[in-house]
Design a protein around this ligand. Structure first.
Ligand code: B12
Ligand code: SF4
Length: 463
């Protein structure tokens, strides 16, 4: 039995445009979902993982599979349906799973043979068995998996071409920020894989650099932090020789022992959501967690950096509190905090989030011809109506934010600081240049986007 697991491309996602920016070569990440599915698949299936981000293969020249499994974030949905149509025309059954199919079940069910909602661990073997028997059902629900059921991902498939390997050690987040789909999809309970499983899986990864995809590697409660410390101790003891980057909340900075252990275990970079320079902005997003303990972000960032760990700071543009000038304000605040790399994104209503419900109720979702418009839900295009910022205004804010933060003098100053502190100067340089280049690509992309909207006059007027 032959199985294709496909990660659809979206050419509008800047970090996969390797041809236009060679710096992106280091930022094409592995589709871990498909590697985990492969890990759940019995040996009688011959599996190929296709990541269209590395080029769309010539499907007609490939042997016909018995089953196609497609994953998709919302931004990939359009392409997912194109791929599904291709295989269904050939009589191959297509199963779709992942966040988009879960949040937009009816839409997906109209376009594929079967949809798997939720996490797949508890249900995928059943789906495969049903295919073998010729009784594929229209819908399966995996719900939330038992964390101990997560198998080691198949790191042997998809071996080449990526700078980073990928692994997941926890699922779920209790914070439920308004714009984020993680709590809705993976639940509010923070579920932690066993340390033994994680260390064993780390050994299977061939790349020296690894992305730990957890939404918050250290968690928010004392028992989560204690587990993170144990994990880091075990990783250091196992002498894995990996350098890894992860996502965490700002409380990562609050515990010197945690930082020391993380660095000893190979942590070289952390992605932190600061989200808004304004207190009202954080309240609006439901991210009051950032405000606890009367935090001084500059001190927190510096404390992390002293351990040789880069800080990537993420901010959102388009909140109700954001007025003209917010782009410059974010660039300046991020510089004051001292982050090494800034990731600014548009506030985007993703299906299944609280923000989606709110914006839909208020009639603020501007790009709503679905599924075609999903391809713009990359967080790098303005797809909604914002309180104080027009379409032109908000894209100008984004460009001015990037232009200021990624000016050559500022990049040089930061990378010089990285060199001086011996804090990953190379990764910092590549990251800064990749963001700078992508901002230039965005400038062109906005022009094309505006002409797309121009053809849909109604949207322009409403925006
Ligand atoms: C790593 C990651 C990335 C990596 C992607 C690597 C990759 N190619 O997969 C990078 C950094 C590139 C990335 C980019 C983006 N990301 Co991202 N990302 C994540 C993150 C943190 C982890 C994903 C992961 O690997 N999880 C581990 C795997 C094992 O879990 P899983 O993907 O959910 O898969 C399980 C199930 O969903 C299911 N399943 C999945 N696919 C399939 C397919 C079949 C056939 C079946 C049966 C089951 C199944 O089975 C799996 C095992 O249980 C998630 C948050 C999260 N917790 O998932 C956000 C997340 C997926 N990203 C998100 C977003 C918005 C983006 C971006 C649009 C914006 C951005 N700038 O970050 C871009 C878009 C990229 C694109 N190509 O279009 C949103 C997506 C929401 C949505 N509705 O689409 C999430 C949920 C975060 C959030 N804040 O809400 N991301
Ligand atoms: S943005 Fe981060 S902290 Fe907020 S709900 Fe999502 S994963 Fe949790």
């Amino acid at each position: 039995m032959r199985l294709y697991l496909i990660n659809p491309s979206n050419p509008l996602v800047s970090i996969v445009r390797v041809r236009e920016s060679r710096w992106n070569r280091y930022r094409v990440w592995k589709p871990l979902s498909l590697m985990v599915l492969a890990g759940l698949t019995p040996p009688e299936w011959e599996i190929s993982i296709v990541d269209e981000n590395f080029g769309v293969p010539d499907y007609p020249s490939m042997p016909l599979p018995d089953l196609v499994g497609i994953t998709a974030f919302t931004s990939q949905a359009c392409r997912a349906y194109e791929v599904a149509t291709h295989f269904r025309r050939l009589g191959v059954p297509v199963v779709m799973g992942g966040i988009h199919a879960t949040m937009c079940l009816d839409e997906a069910m109209e376009r594929v043979d079967s949809v798997v909602t939720g996490e797949a661990e508890g249900i995928w073997p059943q789906v495969l068995e049903d295919v073998r028997q010729g009784f594929l059902k229209r819908r399966y629900d995996g719900g939330l998996s038992d964390i101990s059921d997560i198998p080691a991902a198949r790191h042997d498939l998809l071996a080449t071409g990526y700078a980073f390997g990928a692994i997941q050690t926890t699922r779920g987040c209790p914070l439920n920020c308004s714009f984020c789909s993680v709590t809705a999809f993976n639940g509010a309970r923070y579920r932690m894989r066993s340390i033994g499983d994680v260390v064993r899986e780390f050994r299977l990864i061939r790349e020296e650099l690894v992305l730990v995809v957890d939404d918050n590697l250290v968690g928010t409660r004392p028992e989560h932090i204690a587990r993170a410390k144990d994990l880091f101790r075990a990783m250091a003891q196992a002498n894995l020789r990996k350098k890894w980057v992860a996502q965490a909340t700002i409380n990562f900075a609050d515990d010197e022992e945690l930082l020391t252990l993380a660095a000893q275990a190979g942590c070289r970079g952390v992605f932190i959501g600061f989200e808004s320079p304004a207190l009202e902005g954080l309240s609006e997003l439901g991210k009051k967690f950032n405000l606890r303990k009367g935090r001084d972000f500059r001190v927190s960032v510096r404390r992390i950096q002293r351990h040789g760990i880069l800080v990537v700071g993420s901010f959102i543009i388009g909140l109700d509190v954001d007025e003209p000038g917010v782009g410059k304000q974010i660039a300046e605040v991020a510089s004051q905090y001292g982050v090494d790399i800034l990731n600014a994104l548009f506030l985007t209503p993703l299906p299944g989030t609280r923000l989606w419900d709110q914006m839909k109720a208020e009639g603020c979702i501007a790009l709503d011809t679905f599924p075609e418009d999903w391809k713009y839900y990359t967080l790098t295009f303005p797809v909604a109506r914002h309180k104080h910022l027009s379409l032109d205004g908000i894209s100008d804010e984004m460009l001015s934010c990037d232009r200021i933060f990624y000016s050559i003098p500022r990049i040089l100053r930061r990378v010089w600081g990285n060199l001086w502190d011996r804090r990953q100067p190379l990764i910092s340089l590549v990251g800064n240049l990749s963001y700078r280049k992508n901002s230039q690509l965005s400038c062109k992309a906005y022009a094309a986007f505006k002409s797309y909207l121009g053809d849909r006059q109604d949207s322009v007027e409403k925006l």
